[in-house]
Design a protein around this ligand. Structure first.
Ligand code: NAD
Ligand code: UDP
Length: 328
């Protein structure tokens, strides 16, 4: 039986990856400090004989007693609202956290896959984005804490690969959605669906002409699984190329949710990328992978999940208390 450590296990992507690797017959060790995650995402695995959970902040030295064959590093705030509130933790988890995991992978002779992001392309001047595009990131803007942490993460990972011969993989994840996203994490899908369910107007930032391309969680997990088991060390885009403007997307959500609410416009956040669409030719060729779940089907499943949450969850205005994670 192969052992895999998954950091960020209590988060949206991390918890789905735990499920997938358990189903594939791995022994999974989940690690998380719950800064943006939720214990409930792992509740169903609590008593599983092939699952173990370690509560730990990966920016601190990491000790794992068992052998490890693989490590997936998914710990990091991922929503713009989260990483604007905890900018230093975001920089640390991408830099110090990644350094700790690289050291652990080297000691255990494990293969490490890191979760990078389309944000390494910043506000892209090349469209759709190919892996050989170097990006257009504002290093000192508010989003720079996330984008630059992820760019550093890629650089240090390649350095360990080249210098130490460590087996590494880099996935550049484009906007991914599905059940277990945090309702109040501020990302556009939970934001619109939460607003529709509470009978509030949908808040479109800017004029809504900026675009995104949304990938359903099952497709993303399949791409990550195939990349981990491949022999390719350079970055690979995984996302769904079906692009839509945010204002058209708001209309789709209004139709899907049958809400009678309207769209209202708010200021566009600083450095919000104007367009985003993955070029997935490399993933198709290397991994024989492409997304299978269309937006209509994926959004329906995601809305079912948000509808199943309690009234308390829906109306609790979560102002997550990050203070216990912030050192004075
Ligand atoms: P999420 O916030 O749901 O999950 C992140 C998890 O990491 C949380 O459970 C959080 O508590 C944990 N975490 C954060 N800092 C930690 C630390 N120092 N120590 C231990 N645990 C820590 O976000 P997500 O959407 O599941 O994103 C997971 C990963 O995928 C992130 O690295 C993110 O950058 C990347 N990613 C996600 C998307 C997306 O669309 N969902 C897109 C690009 C990249
Ligand atoms: N957005 C919006 N209304 C919201 C939340 C987000 O119009 O209530 C926009 C946001 O400005 C961005 C897009 O939706 O252009 C996607 O935002 P998200 O936070 O989901 O992720 P990003 O791709 O920007 O990291």
């Amino acid at each position: 039986m192969k052992n895999i450590l998954i950091t960020g296990a209590a988060g949206f992507l991390g918890s789905h990856l735990c499920d997938r690797f358990i189903n594939e017959g791995f022994r999974v060790i989940g690690m998380d400090n719950f800064i943006t995650g939720d214990k409930r995402n792992l509740e169903h695995l609590k008593d599983h004989s092939n699952f173990e959970f370690l509560e730990h902040d990966v920016t601190e030295h990491i000790t794992v007693n068992s052998n490890l064959d693989y490590i997936l590093h998914f710990a990091s705030p991922a929503s713009p609202i989260d990483y604007l509130k905890i900018p230093i933790q975001t920089l640390k988890v991408g830099s110090l956290g990644t350094h700790n995991l690289l050291g652990l992978a080297k000691a255990k002779k494990a293969r490490l896959l890191i979760a990078s992001t389309s944000e390494v392309y910043g506000d892209p001047l090349v469209h759709p984005q190919t892996e050989n595009y170097y990006g257009n990131v504002n290093t000192i803007g508010p989003r720079g804490v996330y984008d630059e942490a992820k760019r550093f993460q890629e650089s240090i990972t390649m350095a360990y690969h080249r210098f130490h011969g460590l087996e590494t993989r880099i996935v550049r994840i484009f906007n991914t959605y599905g059940p277990r996203m945090r309702l109040n994490d501020g990302r556009v899908i939970p934001a619109f669906m939460g607003q529709a369910l509470r009978g509030e107007d949908l808040t479109v930032f800017g004029d809504g002409s900026q675009t995104r391309s949304f990938c359903y969680i099952d497709d993303q997990v399949e791409g990550i699984y195939r990349l981990l088991l491949s022999d390719y060390a350079y970055p690979v885009n995984i996302g769904n190329p079906h692009e839509i403007s945010i204002s058209d997307f708001a209309q789709e959500i209004i139709k899907l949710t049958n809400t009678t609410q309207k769209v209202i416009f708010k200021d566009l956040p600083v450095d919000d990328p104007l367009q985003r669409q993955p070029d997935i030719s490399l993933a198709k060729k290397l991994l024989n992978w492409e997304p299978k779940v269309g937006r209509e089907e994926g959004m329906k499943k995601t809305f079912e999940y948000f509808k199943s949450l309690s009234e308390e969850d829906l109306f609790k205005r979560e102002h997550r208390d990050f203070s216990k994670h912030i050192k004075p």
